[in-house]
Structures are given as structure tokens and as C-alpha cells.
Design a protein around this ligand. Structure first.
Ligand code: SF4
Ligand code: FES
Length: 254
């Protein structure tokens, strides 16, 4: 079943048809009369075929309810700040077209899971970034400052290319059932970012990072459910990266 398109609205927006869509947004406003109870608010909006979920959230905030709170910055899939659970699946609101979500039915929008909700769609990202910091996401080298660039072949660069694409949106980590039940687990994103340096031929900190991830809350908690790979808006093969880190720990060869 598809949404009914209103062709009469084409005049003001060129060839782009409009349609009615209902957004059910999970609200959490501890200072309101709802107290600590989260609840659903519904908004019916007129939107266009080129609009994304982020555009609908802007419309709600700007035209209907200024108290609605969510994060976003770039609006173009780069900053990673607007990961949310849309129709039960983690996605970036700025990369999700309303027309691709069957707008004839209400579209649900919730905060990502496994991190404390601060307000509405905003979660506390600190536990996520604490794990990220733990894996030392920076180049580690010994010795003096080099006198020239650190040479790397195209093949060596290719080895970790996939994991350089991470934008730290947390869509992977917050879709992981292990992370939901055990907030101590490093989570896929931290492992992806460890992978990015472990397999970088210029880096000398791989042994330290593998030691960190060989922890009981490290890579061995992964149950290979592939939720993370499905959730990643950058198309990173997250589960594969985790498997490669597991193998590197076993072989200690990288
Ligand atoms: S691996 Fe993908 S889903 Fe996970 S934080 Fe990075 S960009 Fe987001
Ligand atoms: S707002 Fe930056 S990734 Fe969506």
C-alpha cells in the first residue's frame, strides 16, 4: 500500500508531489507533567517526495512543537549526530526518505537503544565515547619525529579502508543485543575504530589494542548477529571487521 499523492500541490513545488504522513515520536520530558514516563506524540504533516525524516522533525519543531528535542548538524550523512530508531530500525534521519518508509502508515521515531535518554530523541553518548577512547583511536608510533612522510602502499591502505568510513553515529552499537543487556561491552563501533588502526601498517599500537579487546567485555562478547552491519549507514562491514580483530587476537599476526 502506498501513500496517496496530492498532485494539486505540484504547482508550488515544481514536479514534487505532496502527501500526508503521521509521525509517532517517542517523547521523554522529565520536567513535564509526564515525569519520568516516556510517551508517544503524534503529528500529521504535509510533506514532499524529497523530504527526509529529518525534514519532518524540523517541521514539527519549527511549526508545531518547539519542545521536541533531537540532535542533528550536517543534515547530509556526515556528522553522525542524528542516528535514531525509525520504524524499529536504526537509521540516520537525514538519510532516510519518508517516501521509502511507506508513509501511508504512521512512522515511529524513537531514540537509539542501550544509552540513557536525556530528552526525547537525545541520548547520553558518553558511555559510547568512553569505549571509543579506550581503544586509543589515534596513530601510535615509537621513535623520533619522522623526517619525511610515513610511506604506505595502496595495498596497505586498502587493508583498513572500510573501517576509515566510520562517522561514530552509534547506529551499530545501539542495535547490538549484547550492548543492550551489557552496557560494559565495548560495542561494534569501538572495535571498528580499533580495526582502523590495528591494520594500519604505519601504526605500532596494535598489540596494545588487541590486549584491550581481548577483555571479557571485548570482542568475544560479539555473537555475530549482524545487526551492526545492517544498521551501519556507511555500509561498513562491521561484523567482518569484528571477526578480523578476533582472528588477529588468536594469531597475533597483523
Ligand atoms: S561503524 Fe557504521 S554504524 Fe557504527 S558508528 Fe561507525 S558509521 Fe555508525
Ligand atoms: S545530521 Fe549529520 S549525519 Fe545526519
Amino acid at each position: 500500500m502506498t501513500a496517496t499523492l496530492d498532485k494539486s500541490a505540484q504547482g508550488s513545488t515544481g514536479e514534487i508531489p505532496s502527501f500526508e504522513v503521521t509521525l509517532k515520536v517517542r517523547r521523554y520530558l522529565p520536567e513535564s507533567e509526564h515525569g519520568d514516563e516516556a510517551y508517544w506524540d503524534e503529528y500529521t504533516l504535509t510533506m514532499y517526495g524529497t523530504d527526509r525524516v529529518l525534514d519532518a522533525l524540523h517541521k514539527i519543531k519549527w511549526d508545531h512543537d518547539g519542545s521536541l528535542t533531537f540532535r542533528r548538524s550536517c543534515a547530509h550523512g556526515i556528522c553522525g549526530s542524528d542516528a535514531m530508531r525509525i520504524n524499529g530500525r536504526n537509521r540516520l534521519a537525514c538519510k532516510t526518505l519518508l517516501k521509502d518508509l511507506n508513509p501511508s502508515k504512521p512512522i515511529t521515531v524513537e531514540p537509539i537503544k542501550g544509552l540513557p535518554v536525556v530528552k526525547d530523541l537525545v541520548v547520553d553518548m558518553e558511555p559510547f565515547f568512553a569505549s571509543y577512547r579506550e581503544i586509543m583511536p589515534f596513530l601510535i608510533t615509537s621513535g623520533n619525529q619522522p623526517s619525511k612522510e610515513r610511506i604506505q602502499s595502496a595495498e596497505q591502505r586498502e587493508r583498513f579502508d572500510d573501517t576509515t568510513k566510520c562517522i561514530l553515529c552509534a547506529a551499530c552499537t545501539s542495535s547490538c543485543p549484547v550492548f543492550w543487556t551489557d552496557g560494559q561491552y565495548f560495542g561494534p563501533a569501538a572495535i571498528v575504530n580499533a580495526h582502523r588502526f590495528i591494520f594500519d601498517s604505519r601504526d605500532e599500537g596494535a598489540a596494545q589494542r588487541l590486549e584491550i579487546l581481548n577483555d571479557k567485555e571485548g570482542v568475544w562478547r560479539c555473537r555475530t548477529t549482524f545487526n551492526c552491519s545492517e544498521a551501519c549507514p556507511r555500509g561498513i562491514e562491521v561484523t567482518k571487521a569484528i571477526q578480523e580483530v578476533k582472528q588477529a587476537i588468536i594469531r597475533r599476526a597483523f
